[in-house]
Design a protein around this ligand. Structure first.
Ligand code: RB5
Length: 146
């Protein structure tokens, strides 16, 4: 199960991603926004990431205009490792090396075709573990030291 969230800047892209997930037979929970009306991205990032932290969803996909604001907000949620990606290599390696559990994209940055490629590689790539687990653990230690 995938948690989806977007503000108005990412709304159209989220809708396209929903269709793609349906085509692939992947379940999702749409955490909003549900229209192109202007809306703040931070509460949507929180509501979407909470589905991951609770274990209800494996990963989150978040969209705003740039992908940046919603990724900054997502990374404030304990347990979330969100990566803002607009290229294939980063979307792949943030899974391999960072065990990222949230993919963020900008609806005003990436086209739908590229975004779908990023979604697929993000969802289909497993964390490599090994030395990267130690590094992820160090990130978690920073989070837990707050
Ligand atoms: C909304 O206009 C825009 O600021 C937002 O979608 C995002 O790009 C923020 O980082």
């Amino acid at each position: 199960m995938i948690a989806l969230g977007a503000d108005h800047g990412g709304f159209e892209l989220k809708e396209a991603i929903k269709k793609h997930l349906e085509d692939r037979g992947i379940g999702y929970i749409d955490c909003g926004t549900y229209s192109p009306e202007s809306v703040d991205y931070a509460p949507i990032a929180k509501a979407t990431c909470d589905r991951v932290v609770s274990g209800e969803c494996e990963k989150a996909i978040l969209c705003c205009g740039t992908g940046i604001g919603i990724s900054i907000a997502a990374n404030k949620v304990k347990g979330i490792r969100a990566a803002c990606c607009s290229d294939y290599f980063s979307a792949k390696y943030t899974r391999l090396h960072n065990d990222a559990n949230a993919l963020c994209m900008g609806g005003r940055v990436v086209g739908t075709g590229l975004a779908i490629e990023l979604v697929d590689v993000f969802l289909d790539t497993e964390f490599e573990g090994g030395r990267h687990q130690r590094r992820v653990d160090q990130i978690t230690a920073i989070e837990n030291s707050k």
